[in-house]
Design a protein around this ligand. Structure first.
Ligand code: 13P
Length: 246
């Protein structure tokens, strides 16, 4: 088992929330309380607040990174985020393929695969998001959708380099509709099988979608749930700490 899998991972995706001042204020309250936690903690602030996060997290074990990046380190790519520049700030992670990137910004599996290989080549850890929509679940397409996202998304990846996978059913994101423990159990087992078959069995698998302090304990008991990727409930220190304490 990889070192990463021995410890549960609690990852905060702040999406488009918190400016630099709000970021510093969050960590001022969060860090003293997080001292004794025996887990991995990741933060994904908006790009504009990465430098504030870097400053706040300088002497802590808490890791951070961006919510996206481009497949190149620099160049004529207006509006893009460079993983190399995130690394230069002390970031160690990049979130990739989030369903909001796929749906709102039209990101395709092939581009995500290129970004993922680029992030690994820089020695950073990609947190690779996958998940089906409600229509796909109702049409019994969960397996085929996740298989395609994984097979194409990891087609250029290096199994020997760090990788974290996050399964987030799109219908459970920001809706308050958390997947049932039975659905999480079945789907995480499926994701594990697909990863195992292509040599990525050591990658921790996070669950995401309306995770809250009152459902996190039960979900964390499920096999192949190695932690969470949390949106809304990661915006307040108290609720994210409540989840990390589960
Ligand atoms: P919520 O926790 O707000 O449902 O968001 C989940 C998510 O998209 C994390 O990446």
């Amino acid at each position: 088992m990889s070192e990463a899998k021995e410890k549960k991972i609690f990852a905060a995706n702040w999406k488009l929330h918190k400016n630099p001042d709000q970021t510093r204020e969050f960590f001022k309250n969060f860090l003293p309380e997080a001292q004794g936690l025996d887990c991995e903690i990741y933060f994904f602030p908006p790009a504009v607040s990465l430098e504030a996060a870097a400053g706040s997290l300088k002497n802590s074990k808490v890791k951070f990174g961006s919510q996206n990046c481009y497949r190149e380190s620099q160049g004529a790519f207006t509006g893009e985020i460079s993983a190399q520049m995130v690394k230069d700030l002390g970031g160690q992670l990049i979130l990739l393929g989030h369903s909001e990137r796929r749906k709102i910004f039209g990101e395709q599996d092939v581009l995500i695969a290129e970004k993922l290989a680029h992030v690994q080549s820089l020695g950073l850890t990609p947190v690779f998001c996958i998940g089906e929509t409600l229509e796909e679940r109702e049409a019994q397409q969960v397996q085929s959708v996740l298989e395609k996202q994984i097979h194409v998304g990891l087609s250029k990846a290096d199994a020997k380099k760090p990788l974290v996978v996050a399964y987030e059913p799109v219908w459970a994101i920001g809706t308050g509709k958390v997947a049932t423990p039975a659905q999480v159990k079945e789907t995480h087992a499926l994701v594990h099988e697909v990863l195992l078959a292509i040599g990525f069995a050591t990658a921790p698998i996070l669950y995401g979608g309306s995770v809250k302090p009152d459902n996190s304990k039960e979900l964390l008991q499920i096999p192949h749930v190695d932690g969470f990727l949390v949106g809304g409930a990661s915006l307040e220190p108290a609720s994210f700490l409540g989840i990390a304490r589960s």
